[in-house]
Design a binder for this molecule. Structure first.
Ligand code: ADP
Ligand code: ASP
Ligand code: MG
Length: 436
């Protein structure tokens, strides 16, 4: 069994949906995981914002835009009367659902139900299209098997049990389709795996079904050595280890959801990144094969806040770091990067949700300084303790850029630097010139 995930651009128009058919219509048993058509989730986020803001005028415009986009796609996609009727009635159901939300009672739960509409639509449309082409397929609802627990972590036992239950009466079927991104939470409400979460759905399903491979089909020919949106002359890296890919995804390589590599690594299922627009290109294979000696790729993670706590109490003291970290634990705020000296500790967080409370509590330890608008530049490669020369090449490339923090030796695969976000582009370009 293989899992094939197609992202927003790969299902972004009627023509793109038609182009999927030769890729998925063969004898191999597979589960096809789809994102929403590109732009849809953003539009649903905007619709939710209008509902929160009780802005009826904007809401009406946005719903009209939504309707028009899908009406046009449906008219182009289907040629038979029956499928046109099916698809239009499906669209009406989803539109009526979106319109049913009232301005008075709009909370985060209603928002999550709205955000799920994109994936529900794209998968249903592909299923109707396949039927029109006389290709047999089964549409599975991810809401029946994809679940997160109280800690918002995937409930892997539930997923494994329920996906096999969903598939058990279709033992002869080759082609299954399901939604990426959407799930239910521990209360049974509709929820999601956060933006870009369809990649995570694909690897979770891969792990749950013990798939031979998870394929992530997108709009670029694999994971590049640097962010192609910012730096020119980047190139695809053909092979990555799970650890390298996990670091790059977590530290900002947008091609992969931050935690999607973990289920694949845990169950040792190779992940292949492929380009829908260029299906024969090699792409990138992520596996447990150890990476050769090299600098592999660079990624950047934005919107970080750096916090420095200066305290004489840290001098020769034990228990100080624990007390500091407990503050972050109390506010469920993950720390991304740390560096320490005898009298101070600096660290970064990527959520400012509880920043005021955190600062307030940290002040009991000493002087607290906060810098927002920070970016982690993460250089991934094979930097084991016996390796030499990599750090000097990195710092030489960055000699004109002020660096706020450095982390080296945390893992064998990662050297991270913190810079002001205004310097991100310069840092990525300089590293590209100096390292590749
Ligand atoms: P999808 O909608 O298929 O999930 P995404 O937009 O989430 O696609 O991810 C693909 C995009 O990620 C590419 O178009 C590219 O602009 C961006 N990207 C950022 N960093 C990298 C990288 N290191 N390698 C490849 N693509 C990257
Ligand atoms: N549609 C969702 C998003 O835009 C999930 C995804 O595409 O992976 O974030
Ligand atoms: Mg994505």
């Amino acid at each position: 069994m293989v899992i094939m995930k197609f992202g927003g651009t790969s299902v972004g128009s009627a023509q793109r949906i038609k182009n999927l058919v030769p890729l998925i219509n063969n004898d191999e048993r597979k589960i096809v995981v789809l994102s929403a058509m590109s732009g849809t989730t953003n539009l649903l986020v905007e619709i939710s914002a209008s509902l929160y803001a009780k802005d009826l005028v904007k809401l009406k415009q946005q719903i009209t835009e939504f309707e028009l986009r899908y009406k046009n796609a449906i008219a182009e996609l289907f040629s038979k009367k029956e499928s046109l009727e099916n698809a239009n009635s499906l669209l009406n159901d989803h539109l009526n659902f979106i319109k049913s939300f009232t301005l008075d009672l709009f909370t985060v739960n209603e928002e999550k139900a709205i955000l799920a509409q994109g994936e529900l639509l794209s998968t249903a449309l592909l299923n109707i299209y396949l039927a029109e082409q006389n290709i047999s397929s089964v549409l599975l609802s991810a809401l029946d098997f994809m679940r997160i627990d109280d800690a918002e972590e995937p409930d892997v036992h539930f997923i494994k049990k329920m996906i096999s239950k969903s598939m058990e009466s279709f033992s002869e079927e080759k082609l299954f389709i399901t939604q990426g991104y959407i799930c239910r939470n521990s209360f049974g409400e509709i929820d999601n795996l956060k933006r870009g979460g369809s990649d995570y759905t694909a690897t979770l399903i891969g792990a749950a079904t013990n798939a031979t491979e998870v394929q992530i089909w997108t709009d670029i020919d694999g994971l590049h050595n640097n962010d192609p949106r910012i730096v020119e002359k980047t190139f695809a890296v053909t092979e990555l280890s799970f650890d390298e890919a996990a670091e790059l995804a977590y530290f900002g390589a947008k091609i992969l959801h931050p935690t999607c590599v973990l289920p694949a690594k845990k169950e040792n299922i190779p992940v292949r990144l492929l380009n829908t627009m260029q299906p024969t290109a090699t792409g990138t294979i992520i596996s447990n094969k150890p990476a050769p000696d090299r600098i592999t790729a660079i990624a950047a993670k934005d919107h970080l806040t750096a916090i420095k706590i200066k305290s004489a109490r840290m001098l020769l003291a034990y228990g100080f770091l624990r007390a500091v970290f407990e503050v972050f634990e109390r506010y469920k705020t993950p720390i991304d990067m740390i560096s320490t000296s005898e009298v101070a500790i600096s660290l970064t967080i990527d959520s400012n949700k509880h920043l005021d409370e955190i600062i307030n509590e940290l002040q009991q330890f000493g002087l607290v300084e906060v810098d927002k608008n920070q970016t982690i530049i993460c250089i991934v490669g094979t930097f084991g303790a016996d390796k030499q020369g990599y750090a000097s090449r990195i710092f030489d490339s960055l000699k004109n850029i002020p660096i706020r923090m450095i982390s080296y030796g945390g893992s064998e695969n990662n050297i991270s630097l913190l810079v002001n976000s205004d310097l991100k582009k310069d840092a990525l370009v300089s590293l590209n010139k100096g390292l590749f």
